[in-house]
Design a binder for this molecule. Structure first.
Ligand code: HEM
Length: 416
């Protein structure tokens, strides 16, 4: 073991053992972030904050929740909501948090798309972000099942049924996932395990990996500018902060993030106390009943766009049934964002408004996702079915055309 001198302070004592000073430098005070960024770059820190809030409130809920089909509904709606002191508060924070976290994830994702933050050198940031999106989706889906209300049951039924569309193994796979021939007690207990243990543990690892992927390419900036971090950080350390293009992660960047988080929390707790109804479907206040199908089954708002892509194909085309086409389109929608860095063929890293072709593509995608989300909640009958079909084909068309459009864009701007 190395030789240790007597420490003169508690700080020194820890520093001798854990090299705290060097660690703080590398992770905080000399971790460089570009100066030219706006409040949208605070979404990542906001997501960390929301994730912590979900974990803490989830631990409290876990103390009273019963993962059993005969007790789950009452343990949530009576024990937690009415009997346990402040149980309603923990549930509302958890429910509102679970919904709002998706809003922030989407803002974070589409900020990255708008500014081209997934391009050359930043692919791993994008891929690890997509992994987080998949994990959060699984976490949201498994959590929605736990109150064991009507929508918990039937959404679980419909979503697990989707796997039945996979050729050859589909039927067996559905039974394997459910642990039974229908959505039953075994399904509830395994989704409970996924929700409170496996997925959160993997999520923590995935968040750490996402941070690590940011380290070398550095975060993007509003102009998509590449610059010499070494030179700019030397200016900062020499005291010329005004002319340096970088700021330190701590205290500069994080203190601004805290400001955005504080403003967001006012809005968040307004929702928790006065408007929490949007995060809980009224149908879910009826206990799950496998013999009584609700008139309309739909998932939570954040899955509606992909649910509508699944339902959009309601008629046979070229001998392939609407159901199979819907399943293929759904599979496409799930995977296509993952390969975005390779679909965008333009090397230009600029905000969308400075890209002559991509700007139309981006805003059309936003409008299309909005339409898909709205119609995903409506019954797929009459004109709704046709709007759904049109919006779903537009979604597919947008992604299929992206490599061609961005190649044309590169030619227009001369490969810049
Ligand atoms: C859900 C948990 C997530 C957390 C905690 C998280 C956290 C962060 C943080 C702290 C940053 C740096 C600051 C910032 O730009 O906000 C960041 C950047 C980034 N994240 Fe995430 N993120 C998450 C999900 C995602 C998802 C779903 C995607 C997209 C697929 C994504 C893609 C990116 C990209 C591309 C950047 C780089 C932005 C840039 O260079 O300007 N992240 N993330």
């Amino acid at each position: 073991m190395a030789e240790f001198e007597k420490a003169n302070s508690i700080g020194e004592w820890f520093d001798q053992r854990l090299n705290v000073k060097a660690f703080t430098k590398v992770m905080m005070t000399e971790y460089w972030i570009p100066k030219e960024i706006n409040f949208l770059w605070a979404m990542g820190a906001l997501l960390v904050m929301l994730f912590k809030l979900l974990i803490i409130t989830g631990i409290f809920l876990l103390m009273y929740y019963k993962p059993d089909v005969n007790m789950a509904f009452d343990s949530v709606n009576y024990t937690i909501m009415q009997e346990v002191g402040y149980g309603w508060l923990f549930r509302n924070i958890h429910g509102v948090g679970a919904s709002v976290v998706f809003l922030i994830i989407y803002i974070h994702m589409f900020t990255a798309i708008y500014y081209g933050s997934y391009k050359k050198g930043r692919e791993m940031i994008w891929l690890s972000g997509m992994l987080l999106f998949v994990l959060f989706s699984a976490e949201g889906f498994s959590g929605y099942m736990l109150p064991w209300g009507q929508m918990s049951y039937w959404a679980a039924y419909v979503i697990t049924e989707i796997f039945g569309g996979i050729p050859f193994i589909g039927g067996d796979l559905v039974i394997w996932i459910r642990g039974n021939f229908y959505v039953a007690d075994a399904t509830l207990t395994r989704f409970f395990m996924l929700h409170v243990l496996l997925i959160p543990v993997v999520l923590i690892g995935a968040i750490a990996f996402h941070f690590y992927t940011l380290r070398f390419p550095h975060v993007n900036n509003e102009e998509g500018e590449f610059f010499d971090y070494k030179k700019e950080s030397e200016k900062y350390l020499a005291g010329d902060k005004a002319n340096s293009k970088v700021i330190a992660f701590w205290p500069d960047f994080l203190s601004k993030d805290f400001m955005v988080i504080a403003i967001f929390m006012v809005f968040f707790f307004y929702l928790v106390f006065y408007n929490n109804g949007f995060a809980m479907d009224p149908v879910n206040f009826d206990k799950a009943d496998g013999m009584k199908t609700p008139a309309h089954i739909y998932p939570e708002w954040y899955f509606l766009w992909s649910y509508e892509v699944l339902r959009g194909f309601f008629f046979e085309i070229g001998g392939v049934s609407g159901k199979d086409l819907g399943l293929m389109a759904f599979g496409f929608a799930q995977g296509i964002f993952l390969v975005l860095p390779w679909l965008d063929r333009s090397p230009m890293v600029k905000p969308a408004n400075q890209r002559p072709v991509f700007k139309y593509w981006f805003w059309l995608l936003m409008a299309d996702l909005f339409v898909l989300t709205i119609f995903g909640k409506l019954p797929p009958t009459g004109i709704n079915a046709y709007v759904g079909f049109f919006a779903s084909t537009t979604f597919l068309g947008l992604f299929i055309s992206l490599p061609f459009l961005t190649t044309i864009e590169s030619k227009i701007v001369g490969g810049k």
